[in-house]
Design a protein. Structure first.
Length: 528
């Protein structure tokens, strides 16, 4: 090759490399330590640099390396320094970045604003760019407010939201994956035990089952459990499996007037049992379904013609299996009853017992009532320290002995049973002092069955997503789904496949949410 040609080729390669270098994203090494906590605003924190800013709630941040690279390829921002935070907003439309470094940032194309700030030895640059002249004033106001909101040092986390702020902000939406991601911004305490952070992570991961995140969290919570050999032997020797367990429970229920079954709020399989029992309990004469998780006065709304559960029905009723339990009860003609205590001056257990009685048997003395309670509220005897739970108060005050079936008190032993259901009576357990306050104990390994006739779907978005299905018959307007409970929803990892359960000759609305709650796709599906 002639020297002149070689020189031209080399120069061309240099130019290409320079151009590629100028286009490649400059990500600061501390980018991985960013956290994003959302309530009315977004608290953006970097734990490595001990920095914190407050930004408008509608800025969509690139929260991981891949989303950063995708966003940067579309971006028209130009930076000399390394980028610490990157985001966009559509109303008003502008691009936004915070870079870190001592070099001066170049002027941007279009309309732009750059604010330089020196914090604790760090030179930060707030960069905004827009193509809309109408967006200039609000963009500049946002950048100025964000720059002024900066906190740093040991107290940099002051003013951020709490876990329960995030939970409260999620009450009116079904973007469960978004909320789970936001809650995960709070690291679990070193001695997590049964911490609030762990409970909330478990609760929202349970709304999207099955998924690995839930499995990991349950494994963490149950990691310190040490089984009692005597209990394990009792399970193996006396446990009644599957259909026999169902038949035994129904035989006992036929003789009772009040049947109480409990649940743990982040073990959704406990609701699957109740849903399975509903038709047969209806045939045995049960007409009332009383629910601790149902908020008054939503029970009266659900008892109206054509009603169905919504996000306003209750906090835990947003879970898909709970929503489907309510739909099944409505279809079968059960009268739904909310019995949670609403009097702050009254003991909760007394208030629950009184509400339960007044709203069922006081009105209809011969009725048969099914009650779904939380964990210990079905204990029929006072505890060792004298506490009387709801079932104890109900039994003593109204002289009605409920049939009680616990799904929680032997829950950690479920792995020692090969059956879907395993039932033990109080007399099957030799430690009567510990296991004498409930009539029966059920080990529940139920899982929601996969619909063999469902529509195959694969996540092709390249990021984890929340898949949500809504009954088309429950949608009156194009935006109704925002306030509804999906009858099927789960977390899908990249490339993961699932069978979407859609009833034959019916339509369903499919909505795909990303980790920030944005809709990636929405369409109506039908199953011929």
């Amino acid at each position: 090759m002639p020297d002149l040609l070689k020189s031209k080729v080399c120069n061309a390669l240099v130019i290409v490399l320079v151009l590629l270098a100028s286009c490649s994203p400059k990500v600061n090494k501390n980018y991985a330590y960013n956290r994003y906590q959302r309530n009315f605003n977004i608290h953006v924190l970097n734990d490595s640099l001990k920095l914190h800013l407050t930004s408008p709630a509608d800025i969509r941040y690139s929260t991981d390396k891949r989303s950063f690279q995708v966003a940067w390829q579309k971006s028209r921002l130009k930076t000399t320094n390394e980028i610490l935070w990157l985001g966009t907003t559509s109303t008003p439309p502008y691009e936004f970045a915070v870079s870190i470094g001592n070099a001066k940032e170049p002027a941007q194309r279009g309309y732009s604003k750059i604010i330089d700030t020196l914090l604790n030895g760090y030179q930060l640059h707030f960069i905004g760019r827009t193509d809309s002249i109408r967006a200039v004033a609000p963009m500049e106001a946002d950048l100025t407010a964000m720059a002024r909101s900066m906190k740093w040092g040991d107290n940099y986390q002051l003013g951020t939201s709490s876990v329960m702020d995030i939970v409260s902000a999620s009450m009116n939406n079904n973007q469960f994956y978004k909320t789970l991601c936001e809650i995960q911004q709070y690291p679990l305490p070193q001695k997590q035990g049964n911490s609030l952070e762990l409970q909330m992570q478990l609760t929202f991961a349970s709304l999207l089952l099955p998924n690995k995140q839930y499995d990991d969290l349950i494994g963490l919570q149950e990691s310190n459990f040490k089984p009692n050999d005597t209990v394990v032997n009792n399970i193996k020797a006396h446990g009644v499996p599957n259909n026999e367990a169902i038949d035994r429970m129904l035989a006992e229920a036929q003789q009772a007037q009040v049947l109480m079954i409990n649940e743990n709020h982040y073990y959704p399989q406990h609701r699957l049992l109740v849903t399975e029992l509903l038709p047969r309990l209806k045939s045995l004469g049960y007409t009332y379904l009383a629910l601790e998780a149902l908020e008054a006065p939503n029970d009266s709304l659900l008892n109206n013609q054509g009603a169905f559960p919504t996000l306003n029905t209750g906090f835990y009723t947003r879970e898909q299996n709970y929503g489907n339990l309510l739909r099944e009860a409505i279809k079968l003609g059960f009268k739904l009853v909310a019995y949670e205590n609403t009097d702050d001056k009254m003991d909760r257990e007394i208030g629950q017992a009184d509400q339960l009685y007044r709203r069922t048997l006081a009105i209809d003395p011969k009725a048969k009532v099914l009650v779904l309670v939380g964990i210990d509220h079905l204990l029929e005897k006072p505890t060792a320290w004298g506490k009387k739970w709801m079932a104890t108060v109900f039994k003593e005050k109204y002289h009605i002995d409920p049939l009680t079936i616990s799904q929680t008190h032997l829950n950690l032993y479920r792995k020692y049973s090969p059956s879907t259901y395993t039932l033990l009576s109080q007399s099957d357990l030799t430690d009567n002092k510990k296991y004498g306050a409930v009539d029966f104990y059920l080990l529940n390994n139920q899982q929601r069955p996969v619909d063999p006739h469902g529509i195959a779907y694969q996540n092709t978005f390249g990021v984890p997503i929340q898949v949500a299905l809504f009954y088309a018959k429950e949608q009156k307007t194009a935006t109704d789904f925002y306030g509804h409970i999906p009858y099927f929803t789960r977390l899908l990892e990249k490339s993961e496949k699932v069978k979407l359960p859609i009833e034959p000759k019916a339509e369903a609305l499919l909505v795909i949410y990303d980790a920030q709650g944005y809709i990636l796709a929405k369409k109506t599906l039908s199953n011929p």
